[in-house]
Design a protein around this ligand. Structure first.
Ligand SMILES: [Zn+2]
Length: 503
């Protein structure tokens, strides 16, 4: 058994050896996703998709609780629409997929030449496969918004988008991905600003920290990192175990840029015409990559209980057949009791596998709690509860449900605390240029430092260290003493910035 376990464990490259290999191995062993025949696109497997569904459900509830309604808009956007907002077209032009024809025809030849594009089916205007939907959604807003009474208009859509990526990585950067995109229209600037912040603070940050157990820094992006066409972009940023930052969600105050480009106007209370103020915001399946890189270990995935596809696995242990009946009978009852409380449970009664091999499999799948039910423990009225995050011991069979739910709660909060401690241990404040360079060339992490606001400094730093300003942090995250000078050029600082190498 021990040998078999070891052989299996070796399928996952240790983090210390190669973080990127480890990441891919965890995904494969946890059966979250797989590479597809289409380059750059991934297949989300049932275990990964279940996790996405759970995340989606929680996020959707938060989005609706803040007053938004779901709708659905077309996958295709006329090419001319994308060109309407100058910065926006610039930002997305290099990565769009285009539909130019609508038919194939049989050629009468064989093999891969048997079909060809029908040249007579060329579209008059090519269609862009949506990389994001501002232009098409605001074209509809223009139709639906007449007066101040129609505002604010608060919408969200769950869909897929396509951005043609050359270098892809499962969940983190794929050509097609799943996301939600919120789009809103407001009567004035404060309305849009409030909205952008509400989404960041009350939806995205809350979801990241309370469901994913992933602590984030909130703040505003610099001009060079903001969304193409936005007035301001806010973001939540998390630090992964390899000390690279993950931009986990963005919320944009779009100002009136799109409204002016697309002509979305409303009649004011005094009868005049005004352009609306828009916001847009999104999080994607990239969040699953964030969960993996925040919590998992060399044995595989560690899923925070709130988004774990399976929260508890019950493994009965038996030698003789009469024992099997007894332990699996108890297992079945415990499963039913847990399910009554809404706990997601599997009862692994496969007799083709030894318990140790089962433990390994469920560990790799990230299941937070395992219950081992054996005849000896049952004789003394107990079962064994093992936590994916470490620690195992007997708990009384009477009251096992309470022990399990308590363990799930504790795992959820301990994951968050551990991730936050790790982030703080890998952050430095008030760094000099020399310290910054040493840090970025070494283990990396978050560096808080003064920033003059100049794009030149940003470009030089990126060139030399590959680090970027993740955010100009909100007050809660700022250093006690505001930096006086730019960490890079020594000119006076206009804001403290958080720097890191990022995904
Ligand atoms: Zn500077």
């Amino acid at each position: 058994m021990a040998q078999a376990q070891q052989a299996k464990a070796q399928k996952i490259t240790p983090r210390a050896k190669d973080f990127s290999e480890w990441y891919g191995d965890v995904i494969m062993q946890a059966q979250l996703a797989d590479y597809s025949p289409v380059r750059g696109c991934m297949v989300i497997r049932p275990h990964g998709y279940r996790m996405w569904e759970l995340m989606q459900r929680a996020l959707d509830d938060l989005i609706k609780a803040t007053g938004h309604k779901n709708a659905y808009f077309p996958l295709f956007i006329p090419m001319s629409f994308l060109a309407k907002e100058a910065e926006h077209v610039e930002g997305f032009a290099k990565e769009v997929a285009l539909v130019t024809h609508t038919r194939l025809r049989a050629t009468g030849k064989e093999g891969k030449d048997a079909i060809a594009v029908d040249p007579t089916s060329a579209l008059e205007e090519p269609l862009v496969v949506r990389p994001t939907s501002e232009t098409i959604i605001y074209a509809m807003f223009a139709k639906w918004i007449q007066s101040y009474r129609d505002l604010p208009l608060l919408m969200n859509q769950w869909c897929n988008v396509v951005r043609w990526e050359l270098r892809t990585r499962l969940f983190l950067r794929t050509t097609e991905f799943l996301w939600q995109e919120g789009h809103t229209a407001h009567a004035d600037e404060p309305g849009a600003e409030r909205e952008a912040r509400t989404i960041l603070d009350q939806v995205y940050r809350r979801f990241a920290e309370e469901w994913m157990a992933m602590p984030v820094i909130t703040g505003v992006k610099t001009d060079s990192e903001k969304f193409a066409g936005a007035l301001r972009t806010y973001a939540i940023e998390a630090l992964m175990q390899d000390n690279k930052a993950l931009q986990a969600g963005t919320s944009h105050n779009l100002g009136q840029n799109f409204a002016k480009a697309i002509n979305v106007q409303y009649q004011t209370t005094t009868g005049g015409l005004e352009y609306v103020w828009n916001t847009s915001w999104g999080v994607t399946t990239r969040l699953i990559g964030g969960i993996i890189m925040t919590h998992s270990d060399d044995n595989g995935l560690i899923a925070p209980p709130k988004v774990a596809p399976v929260q508890v696995v019950i493994v009965p242990i038996w030698k003789a057949d009469d024992e099997k009946g007894q332990v699996s009978g108890v297992g079945g009852r415990v499963k039913a009791d847990l399910e009554k409380l809404g706990v997601r449970v599997e009862h692994d009664i496969r007799d083709t596998m030894k318990p140790g091999a089962k433990y390994f499999e469920w560990e790799a799948l990230g299941v937070p709690v395992r219950l081992e039910i054996g005849p000896r423990d049952l004789a003394s009225g107990q079962v064994v509860l093992a936590r994916r995050t470490g620690g195992k011991g007997p708990v009384p069979l009477q009251g096992v449900v309470a022990s399990v739910t308590k363990a799930l709660d504790e795992i959820q909060s301990s994951l968050f605390i551990a991730a936050k401690e790790r982030r703080e241990q890998n952050s430095i404040r008030g760094a000099t240029k020399a310290q910054f360079l040493e840090f970025m060339n070494g283990k990396g992490g978050f560096v808080y430092g003064g920033f003059c606001g100049s794009g030149t400094c940003e470009a030089e730093i990126k060139q030399e260290t590959n680090a970027t300003v993740r955010v100009l942090p909100d007050p809660e995250f700022r250093s006690k003493e505001a930096p006086k000078t730019c960490m890079w050029c020594g000119k006076s600082s206009i804001a403290e910035a958080v720097w890191a190498q990022a995904y």
